[in-house]
Design a protein around this ligand. Structure first.
Ligand code: AHG
Ligand code: MN
Ligand code: MN
Length: 327
C-alpha cells in the first residue's frame, strides 16, 4: 500500500504540538514545490524563464532570476498558512515576517541551481526548519543563526524528470515522489542509505589552479587512479546544481566538494551555510553519510551571518573522512 506524505507526517506528529507544527510546515513546502515544479516545467515557453532581474544581485551576491523571486513568493504564500514566524531566504537580505505567532523559523534556497536553469538540468528548493520563540530570539536573525544540529527537519525538492522530495524529520532520510495523477507525494524510499565508500567525486575542476593545497592533493590522488596512492580508478560527475548532485549521491554514493579557493569572494567556497549546507548536511547524516567544511562537522558550526558561505564536502562517509584527513 502506498504511503502519502500527509499520512507519513500525521504518523510522525502524533499529538506533539511542535511536531505538528513541523509537519504543517513540511506539507506547505511540498505544496509550494508542486507549484514551482509546474513553473519550471513550462521552460522556455514561460515569460519568466531564465530572465535576469535588472542588474540585481541577490543577498548572496549572485545574479537574481525572475524565477528565483517567483519561487520565493510561492513559498512565502504557503508558509503563511503554517506556524512559521519568519522566513530566511537566499533572495532576501533580512528575514521575512510571516506570522505573528509561530513556533518555527524556516530558511530556504527557493531555487537552487537556477544559474543553469536555461540548460534544462534539474533544479530544486532547499529548506531548513528550526525552533523559534520570540522570548528566546528577540532578533529573528539569531533564530536563523542556530547551529545546524538544532534543525527539527530539513530537505529539498528536486524538479527533474520526476519531482521528488528528500526529507528528514530527524529519524532517517526518506524520499517521496510526486504522483502527478493524484497530486500526492508518495513514499518511494523509507530509509536512504548512502554507501560509506565510493569511487565517484563531484567538483568544478576548472577551479583547480585556485584550490588550496589539501584539496589539490586529494583530487591529484583521485586522478592518479589505480597506480596512485588510492589504488583505484575514480569517476567524476558534476551537474552544477547541488540538488541534482546531492540526489545522485543519495542514490549511489559519491562526494560533493565546494571548498574555499583563492578567487575573490570564494575564500569560503560558494555554498551558503544556513539554507544550503546545513539542510544538506542534516539529510546526509540521517542517510548514514557525513558533511564537513574540511575541519569541522557542518552541523556543529556556529553561523555568524544569515548569508554566510561555508566550504562544503558531503556524501559517502568514509570518503568524507578521507578528504578531512588531507585537511
Ligand atoms: P544557486 O543557483 O542557488 O546560486 O546555487 C548554485 C550552487 C550549487 O547549486 C552548485 O553546485 C554550485 O553553485 C555551482 O557552482 P559553479 O557554477 O561555481 O560550479
Ligand atoms: Mn543554491
Ligand atoms: Mn538559489
Amino acid at each position: 500500500m502506498s504511503v502519502t506524505l500527509q499520512a507519513f507526517l500525521r504518523d510522525f506528529a502524533g499529538s506533539d504540538p511542535q511536531k505538528q507544527a513541523v509537519a504543517a510546515a513540511v506539507e506547505r513546502i511540498a505544496e509550494a514545490g508542486i507549484a514551482i515544479a509546474d513553473l519550471v516545467a513550462q521552460g522556455p515557453l514561460a515569460d519568466h524563464f531564465a530572465k535576469i532581474m535588472g542588474d540585481e544581485a541577490n543577498a548572496g551576491g549572485d545574479a537574481q532570476k525572475e524565477l528565483d523571486v517567483i519561487s520565493e513568493e510561492v513559498i512565502i504564500a504557503k508558509l503563511k498558512q503554517a506556524p512559521v514566524a519568519f522566513l530566511g531566504s537566499e533572495e532576501s537580505e533580512t528575514p521575512i515576517p510571516l506570522n505573528d505567532v509561530g513556533s518555527l523559523v524556516v530558511a530556504v534556497d527557493p531555487l537552487d541551481g537556477s544559474s543553469n536553469i536555461d540548460t534544462n538540468v534539474s533544479v530544486g528548493t532547499i529548506y531548513s526548519i528550526l525552533p523559534y520563540s520570540a522570548a528566546q530570539f528577540p532578533d529573528p536573525v539569531d533564530a536563523l543563526k542556530q547551529k545546524g544540529s538544532a534543525q527539527l527537519a530539513a530537505g529539498f525538492l528536486i524538479y527533474g524528470p520526476s519531482t521528488v522530495l528528500v526529507s528528514t524529520l530527524g529519524a532517517g532520510t526518506q524520499v517521496f515522489a510526486l504522483d502527478r495523477a493524484s497530486g500526492d507525494f508518495i513514499l518511494a524510499k523509507a530509509a536512504v542509505e548512502i554507501p560509506a565508500q565510493t569511487k565517484e567525486y563531484g567538483v568544478n575542476q576548472s577551479n583547480m589552479r585556485h584550490w588550496d593545497t589539501p584539496m589539490r592533493a586529494y583530487i591529484d590522488d583521485c586522478l592518479a587512479g589505480k597506480d596512485g596512492p588510492r589504488a583505484k580508478d575514480f569517476n567524476m560527475r558534476w551537474v552544477g546544481s547541488m540538488v541534482a548532485d546531492a540526489f545522485r549521491i543519495f542514490t549511489r554514493g559519491g562526494v560533493y566538494l565546494y571548498t574555499g579557493d583563492k578567487r575573490k569572494g570564494y575564500e569560503q567556497g560558494r555554498l551558503r551555510l544556513i539554507y544550503e549546507a546545513n539542510p544538506v548536511a542534516f539529510i546526509t547524516e540521517q542517510a548514514n553519510g557525513a558533511a564537513t567544511d574540511g575541519k569541522t562537522r557542518i552541523l556543529d558550526i556556529q553561523p555568524e551571518k544569515l548569508h554566510q558561505r561555508i566550504p562544503l564536502v558531503f556524501g559517502s562517509k568514509d570518503e568524507v573522512a578521507k578528504i578531512a584527513s588531507y585537511y
